[in-house]
Design a protein around this ligand. Structure first.
Ligand SMILES: [Zn+2]
Length: 227
């Protein structure tokens, strides 16, 4: 019966381990997704910077066109004050162009940094993908091994159960299910190692005699002589 209990405990342990497999798989998959998302965010930012830079380029273009138009007007006018007013406007546009070009330089700087970050993230992502797919593979292997081991243990359990008296087996199964740890425990120095309570002298004597199945009067677990 102790062997049966050992197999039962191993079965429970393996079943618990098998139950964690989907969770572990999900955890690994979310790590992979996070790595992909991080790269995508960086790429998105790089695209945004490029869009902004192109817009600034257009802004410079329209101002250059305005300046060209003003210069033509300047060329055509004969009035001095109008010539000067046009000149001020040209100056204003030129100042704006300088400011926009400064912004452009800043964006180009950002773009360079983002490009380096994307490359680093790509490298990191590739390494993470390798590691995670390896871990996923190992996890599948482990799940297969556990399933095989579980099958073997269940077979063994059935064989062992066949050698035990039906009523006793029934009692054992009920205890094992309700106690959560063990149905059969040692009695050590008259103390039940299941509930850690002292049993009566009569019970202890019966256990030591070893002629019948004796239960702890506190917790109901089946006792065997351990001292
Ligand atoms: Zn007990």
């Amino acid at each position: 019966m102790l062997v049966l209990q050992d197999r039962q405990q191993k079965i429970r342990q393996i079943e618990n381990e098998i139950r964690t497999v989907p969770l572990q798989r999900k955890h690994l998959e979310s790590q992979l997704a996070a790595s992909v998302a991080a790269l995508e965010t960086l790429k998105q930012r790089a695209r945004q910077v490029e869009v902004e830079r192109k817009k600034l380029e257009l802004d410079v273009g329209t101002r250059q066109q305005s300046i060209a138009r003003l210069r033509t007007q300047q060329y055509e006018t004969r009035k001095n004050d109008e010539f000067q007013a046009l000149g001020h406007e040209i100056e204003r546009y030129e100042k704006e162009i300088t400011a926009i070009e400064d912004q452009e330089l800043e964006l180009m700087d950002q773009a360079d940094k983002l490009k380096a970050e994307v490359i680093a993230e790509e490298k990191k992502g590739a390494a993470a993908k390798d590691s995670i797919s390896r871990q996923l593979h190992d996890l599948e292997e482990k799940a297969k091994t556990l399933a095989t081991r579980l099958e073997d243990l269940k077979k063994e359990r059935t064989e062992l159960a066949g050698t035990i008296d039906e009523d006793l087996l029934d009692r054992f199964n009920r205890l094992f299910a309700s106690k959560g740890d063990a149905a059969v425990v040692a009695l050590e120095h008259d103390v039940c190692t299941g509930c850690h309570m002292r049993v009566t002298t009569a019970t202890a004597n019966l256990v030591r005699a070893g002629k019948e199945i004796v239960s702890c009067e506190q917790c109901g677990r089946i006792l065997y002589n351990g001292s």
